[in-house]
Design a protein around this ligand. Structure first.
Ligand code: UD1
Ligand code: MG
Length: 426
């Protein structure tokens, strides 16, 4: 079987600057999902592109697929999209590229059929937006696009889901006969059905569900589909042994991996990360990080290029591009571009001042260091092992092993100043 994915359209209804098929579900472009599912069934995959060709191509070409550019100007429409494809296998499965929820096992149902055309039909309470399937005496007669449908046809609850298996000869015969005499002035692939019916070809309809076959045409469709995809991802990880508290409130993207027993609390967002035997407490945001045998949050933010091992990160702590091993940073800190070693305690309010307005600099802190609260570490700076930094210090020099660093303006105490300033209240 050869699979052709149609992804050249503008996606006008998305009202977006980006091409429709590169909008993401769970932080992964929608076109990638359908490509990955298709590749489970055949290595022979064509993807039709045109709108924002270079951008979409840069994503699609990660996969071993054949990219074809549609002549959108002269042959617009889902029928026009197939014009440049050479049909090499006997059976051609055509898929709309805007169906990211589709699974290989669903597509397999088409492959085993032998009719001239096998099409996908959904029965919907609200068929809005889809092409309607006209059925008479239990037989498919034609597909009418919403924009071309009359009042009677608009009431039909059966819609075309956008997956079709064609015998090669069927496409070769009917594609050149398509016309663009319709509301959108496009060559509709769906018009093949009516021509084939008139010629007495065998058409089989498979009933499918919207949970797997939803087409994404608007940002509203995108949001619904993302919810389904994110639920699938979370259910997969729960099955693998991850504990999730109120999973409906958790966002885990398609690029995150959990290893060992992990626990994720309500309201967390985790993207592009690897979480190993760790607990991510409520309302924490984690991006492009590796977290191993650690606890993070509540309300912590771990930003890209961070690696936490055997570490405790508490509330309102932000970590960026830092490697922390065996560290405790319990409260209200910013640790950026830093490397901190075992046994070190970072007091509340510690800030690595990593940016001077022009460039970023590193902070290195060794083992068993006690960083007192409200310390500013002005990078670049190196704190060796066994150092104490007194609370409230501004550290702008390296500190050697075993030393105390303390910067403190002497505290003045002036007797009865309050009363001189505000006066007596009685
Ligand atoms: C299409 C079907 C409709 C069906 C629905 C299911 C047609 C004419 N209509 O409508 O019957 O109910 O899907 O979701 O086929 N594309 C191209 N080149 C083009 C135009 C579109 O490659 O010139 C691609 C798009 O990028 C998209 C797919 O084809 O991935 C479907 O196009 P879209 O505009 O979403 O069609 P629908 O109006 O949803
Ligand atoms: Mg569509």
């Amino acid at each position: 079987m050869q699979i052709v994915i149609l992804a050249a359209g503008k996606g006008t209804r998305m009202k977006s600057k980006s091409a429709k098929v590169i909008h993401t579900l769970c932080n992964k472009p929608m076109i990638e999902y359908i490509i990955e599912e298709s590749l489970k069934l055949t290595p022979h995959l064509d993807v039709i592109l045109n709108h924002q060709f270079e951008t979409v191509k840069s994503i699609v070409s990660k996969y071993p697929v054949n990219i074809i550019k549609q002549d959108l100007k002269n042959f617009p429409g889902t029928g026009g999209a197939l014009k440049e494809v050479s049909f090499k296998e006997d059976k051609i499965l055509v898929l709309n590229g805007d169906m990211p929820l589709i699974k290989a096992e669903e597509l397999k149902k088409f492959e085993s059929k032998n009719a001239d055309i096998v099409m996908s039909v959904m029965k919907l309470d609200n068929p809005e937006g889809y092409g309607r399937v006209v059925i008479k005496n239990g037989k498919v007669k034609k597909i009418v696009e919403q924009k071309d449908a009359n009042e009677e046809e608009l009431k039909i609850p059966y819609v075309n889901a956008g997956v079709y298996l064609f015998k090669k000869e069927v496409l070769e015969k009917y594609l050149p006969k398509l016309s663009n005499q319709n509301a959108q002035k496009e060559y509709y692939l769906t018009d093949i059905i009516e021509m084939a019916v008139k010629d007495g070809l065998e058409i089989e309809a498979i009933e499918v569900d919207e949970e797997n076959f939803r087409g994404i045409n608007s940002k509203k469709d995108l949001a619904y589909a993302e919810e389904i995809m994110c639920k699938r991802i979370k259910e997969f990880w729960m099955q693998e042994g991850v504990i999730m508290h109120l999973p409906n409130t958790i966002f885990i993207d398609a690029n995150t991996t959990f290893l060992g027993e992990c626990e994720v609390h309500s309201g967390c967002v985790i993207k592009d990360s690897t979480i190993i035997e760790s607990e991510i407490r409520p309302l924490s945001v984690i991006e492009s990080a590796v977290i191993k045998n650690s606890g993070v949050g509540p309300m912590a933010r771990i930003r890209p290029k961070s690696e936490l091992i055997d570490t405790h990160i508490g509330n309102f702590v932000e970590v960026k591009a830092s490697k922390l091993k065996g560290v405790k940073a319990g409260h209200l800190s910013y640790l950026g571009d830093s490397e901190i070693e075992e046994g070190t305690n970072i007091g509340a309010g510690t800030i690595t001042c990593n940016y001077d307005g022009k460039a970023k600099y590193k902070t290195k802190i060794g083992k068993n260091v006690f960083v007192g609260s409200d310390t500013q570490l002005i990078a670049p700076v190196i704190i060796e092992d066994d150092v104490i930094i007194a609370a409230g210090s501004t550290v702008n020099k390296d500190v050697k092993k075993g030393e105390l660093a303390i910067s403190r303006a002497p505290l003045k105490i002036i007797k009865d100043f309050y009363y001189k300033f505000f006066g007596r209240r009685d």
